[in-house]
Design a protein around this ligand. Structure first.
Ligand code: R5P
Length: 296
């Protein structure tokens, strides 16, 4: 492989610096500002000709701005002669619209991935996408980095031993098991469903001993917080002595984190795929290890 350059997109400067330094690679920043009308101004002064460009650019809110910056940067890198673009997108926007739930809906994830491939992204590296299977396509390779174990270990570092790990939704069983195994706790998945029209969430705790136990409640995304609020309430009403909430991607729309605490959680933690006051667990190590073989 020729030389490798890390390009720090405006959405992911902090993570790109940490990972580049761990990999011993040069990291260049993209000059960025907004025009008075809100359009992005981007300037890339480095020479990328013949190099593999590892472009860091998350697509967390404002999703559309960050996604368009990602597409424009990737195209520019290819136009300037980069031999390959590896896009590191710690939080992948639109990942939950991975199919047509209601007739006529745009499958936004598929469209976004298509735009990335068309913009010259050869490999997409992302963290805990909602449905890893939905990333598979012929025109772009995808690598889904799973940080469930890191999140569980991070929560245990702050709070000590948990008796039970619980996780809601379809991927709840996989996440709860991975987290439980990582910290030596029992695990259970919670049934959750969301009305596609009203958005109302219902959470059911299955046959699991909850009373008097310290529970780590883990999920891939906290967006409005509706799922976690219902899950915390259900676990507390069954007698859990403590519920700590941890997620990979903490979007915390509006006052989501406060509502989760008010529903009975003692703490809320997330990773730095989306930075907030709750980002106490870093994905830098996991991204470094995922990128090492691609950049060696
Ligand atoms: C759903 O399948 C996801 O794993 C999350 O549970 C969900 O997206 C969280 O959204 P909200 O915080 O809005 O309930």
């Amino acid at each position: 492989m020729g030389s490798v350059i890390v390009v720090a997109g405006p959405a992911s400067v902090h993570l790109s610096r940490r990972v580049a330094s761990a990999l011993g690679l040069e990291a260049v920043e993209v000059q960025h500002r907004f025009f008075p009308d809100g359009e992005s101004y981007l300037r890339l002064e480095c020479d990328v000709s013949g190099k593999t460009a590892v472009l860091f650019q998350g697509t967390h809110p404002p999703q559309d701005v960050h996604a368009l910056q990602l597409l424009m940067l990737s195209r520019t890198l290819r136009e300037r002669g980069a031999s390959e673009v590896i896009a590191v997108v710690p939080y992948l926007a639109y990942a939950r619209q991975d199919r047509e739930f209601l007739r006529g809906e745009v499958v936004s994830l598929r469209q976004l991935l298509g735009l990335m491939a068309d913009s010259g992204v050869g490999t997409l590296v992302t963290v805990n996408p909602h449905s890893p299977w939905a990333l598979e396509r012929e025109d772009m390779r995808s690598v889904a980095v799973d940080v469930t174990a890191e999140v569980a270990r991070g929560a245990a570092r702050f709070h000590g031993r948990f008796d039970l790990v619980a996780s809601p939704g379809k991927k709840g069983e996989r996440m709860a098991r991975a987290a439980g195994e990582a910290i030596g706790a029992q695990w259970t998945s919670l049934t959750s469903s969301r009305d596609p029209v009203t958005g109302r969430v219902e959470v059911i705790v299955p046959e699991a001993r909850v009373e008097g136990r310290r529970v780590l409640l883990i999920d891939d995304i906290v967006s409005t917080g509706g799922t976690m609020v219902e899950a915390v309430r259900a676990l507390r009403s069954l007698g859990a002595s403590e519920v700590v909430v941890a997620c990979v991607h903490g979007l915390f729309v509006g006052d989501a984190a406060r509502r989760i605490v008010e529903s009975g959680a003692s703490a809320v933690h997330s990773t730095d795929t989306v930075t907030s006051e709750h980002s106490r667990i870093s994905v830098a190590g996991a991204l470094t290890e995922a990128l090492r073989p691609m950049t060696a």
